[in-house]
Design a protein around this ligand. Structure first.
Ligand SMILES: [Zn+2]
Length: 189
């Protein structure tokens, strides 16, 4: 019996976890291995935010790749190269929910998709967009950090700064957060 060749379908890969868990590092080394050894071509995007938009994706250990920021899914449609082997998104927790549908469509047409993002916000609640993307695939890498208080495994991101009372944006940066275990995590009310 001759089996009919199946069309190629891509794979969605998720790196998620709290702050300081090495998500961007994992994303960037994944992309580099694909490029340097698999001769794959990738595009890297990040949702546009007020505080982090430098045109690069950087890991704390010093890996760095250019990254294109986007705000809407319509914008992304124009930016995505249908010939690229891999489409990657960093900080995907800030992307609009409609990105899930786009990611599935990219996979279905044969492109691999890699995302990195926080799984829980500073209330201790899941970021819906990250949870939904994780539910589309088996290839989910849940990472942890280390608690700054006791050295135990940390799954939560403690916001140290006060919540703005005027509805303004919270600064997003390494100085505003610490990784905490469940015992030392105090979610914002
Ligand atoms: Zn702890």
């Amino acid at each position: 019996m001759t089996l009919r060749a199946l069309p190629k379908v891509g794979v969605i890969t998720v790196y998620c976890g709290p702050m300081f868990s090495g998500k961007s590092e994992a994303l960037l080394s994944d992309l580099r291995l694909r490029r340097d050894h698999g001769r794959q071509r990738f595009q890297l995007f990040n949702p546009r935010t007020n505080t982090r938009d430098r045109g690069v994706c950087q890991s704390r250990k010093g890996l760095e790749e250019p990254s294109v920021s986007f705000e809407t899914i319509a914008e992304l449609h124009d930016l995505i190269d249908p010939e690229a082997n891999v489409i990657a998104f960093d900080e995907v927790q800030f992307a609009p929910r409609e990105i899930v549908r786009l990611i599935v469509a990219l996979r279905d047409r044969g492109q691999d998709v890699i995302v990195a993002g926080l799984d829980y916000d500073f209330y201790g609640l899941p970021f819906p967009v990250v949870a939904e993307i994780a539910n589309t695939t088996q290839d989910v890498h849940r990472r942890h950090a280390w608690c700054t208080q006791c050295g135990d495994r940390a799954h939560w991101s403690q916001l140290l700064a006060q919540l703005p009372t005027d509805g303004g944006n919270i600064v997003i940066g390494d100085d505003e957060y610490e990784a905490r275990c469940f015992a030392h995590f105090t979610p914002k009310p």
